[in-house]
Design a binder for this molecule. Structure first.
Ligand code: CAA
Length: 411
């Protein structure tokens, strides 16, 4: 059989020159602006609002948003690459990307009307405003369909009451994408909810930080409360009843940032373990020459390479405007598990030194644990994958997708 010419092969694993530039920019930013004081901030449980300002200044908060809205105009794979490099620096920086870029901006880009995109995206892309996401409640985590937060229509606005918990950037974000019950009598539970952009300056809003986290101690996480907040109807994304779909499609974007960020943890483990393995000797031999250490290094390489393939594919599907709920669930599940294993092994390689904060690997271990839980627990993704495979779960085409990349004039 004759070989097909290169031009006719419809698959391309090469990153573009632009992707490499994005990676270089993000790597330098993380190593210069995040890494130098992260051990101290983590030790002191100190989140820092100025990190957001630095990310905004570097253009990072506008990554993969169209130039029409003051974004970088880069493709969606670039968003993943930035998340990978941010998390290689520290998980707290990637979490900013997850909530601001993934859960908030991408969802406004997907679901916003032309007027809403023009109203919100330029300030978000420039980092003049920071966005976050409010779905989870004290009694509705995995069970997201059983929310209590209520928005009652009153003239041309809604009165919002309720609370959300485990909200990243709760104390810093300027606006939140909030999911609330609007139509409790709707036949299908998924149609009882609507999605709103809620400005924190609206009277009735308050937030408070959550203390005592195992990981991501340099990041801000908290609760947000809504008390008789009057939200203009023009702040509703999509139609009444679209809220659950909007929340789930926001999670398609959020999970993408978590999956790509997890690869950054694995890379950071390798950054720490390679020099340690080749400089530490036991019995007159570098520990890197010992096969049990090599096994752990090889597993990290495997996790990084599999992880990139999984998230690059999802980024490519986003570029093509394809639904990727199944693929992103697999990427998030696989990569977060592998990152946690890599961080655990990184401690093993460092021995007792890995157990104290003189080396960064104990932070990677604590930081990687949370991602196995948030944005869909390991158990939820396991069930979702089995349901797809067994035919119990079948995705319909979406009524609204992200704009395909390259972005057109009508984006
Ligand atoms: N995009 C658009 N629409 C979607 C969608 C998506 N990705 N996923 C589902 N939908 C639609 C479906 O098409 C369906 O609509 P129709 O009825 O018109 O067909 C509707 O939404 C209901 O979908 P499902 O039947 O799939 O809903 P389900 O009840 O079976 O979902 C579940 C179950 C998958 C477990 C889901 O509840 C889930 O993912 N739970 C986990 C929630 C989660 O990840 N929470 C984390 C919150 S964020 C966070 O962690 C905080 C932070 O800031 C870090």
């Amino acid at each position: 059989m004759a070989l097909r010419s290169v031009e006719s092969i419809p698959m391309d694993f090469a990153l573009s020159h632009e992707h490499e530039l994005v990676r270089e920019m993000a790597y330098k930013f993380a190593q210069q602006q995040i890494v130098p004081d992260i051990a101290e901030r983590d030790r002191e449980h100190r989140s820092d609002r100025s990190m957001l300002d630095k990310m905004a200044e570097a253009g990072i908060l506008g990554v993969s948003l169209p130039a029409k809205y003051c974004g970088s105009d880069t493709d969606y794979i670039s968003l993943g690459i930035v998340c990978e490099e941010m998390e290689r620096g520290d998980t707290s920086a990637r979490v900013v990307m997850s909530v601001h870029s993934g859960l908030h901006c991408m969802t406004v880009l997907q679901w916003g009307s032309a007027e809403q995109k023009q109203r919100w995206l330029p300030d978000l892309a420039k980092g003049n405003k920071v966005g976050a996401f409010g779905l989870t409640e004290p009694n509705a985590g995995s069970d997201a369909i059983n929310l209590k937060t209520r928005a009652v229509k009153d003239g041309d606005s809604y009165i919002l009451n309720g609370e959300k918990t485990w909200i990243s950037l709760a104390d810093y974000a300027d606006q939140f994408l909030v999911i609330a019950i609007t139509n409790p009598e709707a036949k299908a539970k998924a149609q009882t909810m609507s999605a709103f952009i809620v400005d924190r300056k609206t009277p009735g809003f308050s937030s408070r930080p959550l203390k005592g986290k195992l990981g991501v101690r340099a990041g801000n996480t908290g609760q947000i409360f809504f008390e008789d907040m009057r939200i203009p109807a023009e702040n509703r994304l999509g139609e009444e009843g679209d809220g659950f779909k909007i929340a789930m499609s926001a999670l398609d974007h959020g999970r993408y940032t978590v999956a790509s960020g997890a690869v950054g943890i694995i890379e950071a483990c390798l950054d720490a373990c390679k020099p340690y393995s080749t400089s530490r000797s036991v019995g007159g031999e570098e520990i890197g020459k010992k096969q049990l250490v090599q096994q752990m290094i090889a597993n990290m390489v495997q996790g990084r390479e599999i992880g990139r393939l999984l998230y690059y594919k999802v980024g490519w599907m986003k570029n093509m405007g394809q639904r990727h709920t199944k693929e992103v669930s697999l990427a998030k599940w696989t990569n977060c598990n592998n990152a946690f294993t890599a961080a655990n092994d990184a401690i093993e390689i460092h021995g007792a030194y890995g157990y104290c904060d003189e080396f960064p690997v104990e932070r990677y271990f604590r930081n990687s644990r949370g991602a196995v839980i948030y944005e869909g627990t390991r158990e939820i993704h396991t069930l979702v994958q089995a349901e797809y495979e067994l035919g119990y779960r079948v995705d319909k085409p979406l009524s609204r997708t992200l704009p395909t990349w390259p972005f057109g004039e009508d984006v």
